[in-house]
Structure formats: C-alpha cells, structure tokens
Design a protein around this ligand. Sequence first.
Ligand code: NAD
Length: 439
Amino acid sequence: MSAPPSQRASQTVPSTRTVTTERYDFFRVIQSYLDEAARHVNVPEHVRGILREPKNELIVHFPVRMDNGEYRLFKGYRIQHSNILGPFKGGMRYHEHASLDDFKALAAMMTWKCALMNLPFGGGKGGIKFDPRGVSRDELGRITRRFFHALGSNIGPDYDVPAPDVGTNAQTMAWALDTYLNTVGMVHKTAASGVVTGKPVASGGTVGRETATGQGVVHCISEWARRTRFKLEGKKLIVQGFGNVGSNTAVILAALGVSLVAVGDHTGYLYNPEGFNVHRLKQYVAQNGSIAGYANGQKITREEFFAVQADIFVPAALENQIGATEAEALQVSLVAEGANGPCSPEGEAVLARRGIELLPDVLANAGGVTVSYYEWVQNKRSETWALEEVEERLEKAMLDAYDRMSQFAKTHNCGNRIACYGVALQRLVQVYVEREIFP
Ligand code: NAD
C-alpha cells in the first residue's frame, strides 16, 4: 500500500468543520449567481425581481403516530420557485438540517436547471426536517403519507411534480403516489400517475431513472475529457456521498476504467489506493445504510479525504462542502458537481485560481430531472419506453446542454456556472417578454 494521504497532504482542513452547523446563506449565494448572469443577458429589472424570489412558499405541520404509540409533529416544506416554463419540478429531501432557506435555494436551482435543459418544467423543492434514519420503515411510510396528504392539491401532475432527493427514494415516491391517488387523484388515476417521478418501475416509473443522475454526471465528465483530450482510462476518482448519485456515478465511471480510491459519507471516509470494488461497496451500502464498517478500505479523516491524490472529484452529498480550505487541499484536475451547491463561492474562486476545472451542478446533475421528464411524458401518454431509448435521449440532452454552456461561456468570457445560468436566463426572459405580466 502506498503512503496514506495524510503523509502527502499539502493542505489540511480543520476537522471541526462540519458544514451543516455553520451558517451558510445558500439562497443568497444562488441569488448572486442570477445577478452575475444578468450582467451578460439583457434582463428587464422586473423579471430579475420576480426570479430572485420563489412564487410560493408552503409550510405544513402534521402529526404522525409513532411505533411506540406517541404522536410526533413534523414540519414539511414545498417551495415553488417558478412555473413560467411548466409545472414546478424538484425533489423532496428528508434531512435533519433542512431549512426554509435551503429549500428556497434548491427550488431556484431547479428553475435554472430545467431552463438550461430545455425541459417544459419550472422549479420546486421541498421535504421534511427530520432524520429518516432515526425512524422505522413503517413510521417512514406514515410520515410520507401524512406529508403528501397535507400538501393535497398543492401538488399535481400538471402543477407541481416532486421526485426523490437526499433521504428519499423510489419507495418514498410509491407511498406519495398511492396517497395522492387515494385522495386528490381518486378519479383520474392514469392521468394522475405523473404526480411524482422517480417511482418504482412497476408503479409507473421509467427504466433508467435510478441511475440517471449518475449517468448524466458521467456524460458531462466524458464530454469534458473528450474536449480537453484527457484520457479517462486508468484515472482516479474520489467521491463524497455514496447514495443514489455518488454510487451510480462511481459504478458507471468504473466501466470507463476510472477507479474510486477514496469515498465518504455521513459516517466517515475510506481510502483504498488499489481502488474499491464499487459494485461490492454499493451492495454493502444498500444492506448496511452507509460505508461504515466496510472492510476493504483504510479509515481516513475528512481533511485527508480532500487531500487524496486523484484526477476527478465528484461531490455527491450536500451543499457547501468545498470551501476555500477544501479547494486548496484538493489534488484533482476536475470537480464535477453531482450534489446541488457543493462549492461555496469562496471554494469556487480557489478552484479557478488553481486551474481546477468545474462542471457545475445545474448541468452536471441534470440527468435526474431529464429522465424524470421522460417518466412524466410516458405517464401522460400511457407509454413504456425501452432503456436504450431513455439512454439515447439522455445522452443527447446532456451533450446539447453542455454545448449551450460552452458556447455561452466562450461568447461571454465567463465561467461554466454563470454560463449555465446565462443560458437559462435567456430562455426565461424571452418567455416573460413574449407573455408579459398578467393582467
Ligand atoms: P442520497 O440520500 O441517496 O445520498 C446522500 C449521500 O450523502 C449519502 O451517502 C450520505 O451518507 C451522504 N452524506 C450526508 N451528509 C453527509 C455529510 N455531512 N458528509 C458527507 N456525506 C454526507 O441522496 P442523493 O439523491 O444521492 O443526493 C445527493 C446530492 O445530489 C444532493 O445534493 C441532491 O440534491 C443531488 N441530486 C440528486 C438527484 C437525484 O436524482 N437523486 C438529482 C440531482 C441532484
């Protein structure tokens, strides 16, 4: 085994840094990207004002009977940022640190993402502030059902279409769908099946959705590699977050000869210079809920993880994970944002100064919402598409969006993130100018 990363680290990250306990004004950061993009696009002041704020902010409180017979009150959110391009669209997150501010930021990002991808959707996001690992499966089902019942007709296949995010999955969407069909959508059951995406395939989901976000990340990395003449085979990868996005990205990259040498999740970090068997690790996490206790890796600290010598870093956990210190520590050529908002503006500035390239979240992780759109279309048309069709369409959609980003960045001499916001903004502004403001 080669020297552990701690002995090679050029920079260390203070181990006390747990981002979730620091105050990070995520929504303001997302607003600042809009302001920066607006310098490159002719945006009427009133349109910028509209897009800076969510259209609707919904907060619900609902009681749930727990397994011990006691009742617990939960707080749920649904932020509907924009529906000028189509129904609000975005995930539902279950996390103990979730906040209104985070959901506002994440909902706005969905508006930019859907506009960039040319999807007929707006942006939304929501969820519940609690730790889903701290309740039983039965409790999780009841919490989900009461939450979606409380949302009632504030969601709907042509109005607001939730999907999985951190702490939720296809099973969560199955409970959500069933609740909606048994209450609001009782009569028009077929038409109502598109109320959520990311459902299990048998319940009306689409093949290819489970892996779509990771696949989209890999399309972006491959396209970046092609354009920069960077040979992927034999390269090393580090991934933070080994849930849906992180694990699928690692598995798909492994097939291209890229090996995962360090990985982390909410329980800690592991290092294996020979490369992890990602299929086995994914299976282990599916059975055990985390990477904790996985035998084929050496435990390292968070600061050691960020200093591991590799080629590509895919953050796939939470926002605000790469601050200035982490960005100074990273020993990679490329950061591809699987997570939403993983780089703080300070972190991004350091990456730019150090010449580390960045593929921004609104493009890199847009494969998820793109295939969610395919699921929604199949539900609307009562169709079932083959995997090849989903995959072919996704690849084209990702490469076309990559090209729009690159063209904008070149024309306006700006970074990739602002280019993505710029492309999205052009589309949104055009619609506002054509339709004007009601009445
Ligand atoms: P998930 O719940 O499946 O996995 C989240 C992972 O992050 C887990 O491995 C968890 O242990 C880890 N994690 C949580 N807190 C952490 C911490 N403090 N430090 C290190 N690791 C931590 O969630 P997911 O669906 O894979 O989503 C991950 C990110 O990708 C989020 O930012 C989400 O918004 C974004 N995203 C997800 C999708 C999707 O289709 N699921 C689509 C686009 C973007």
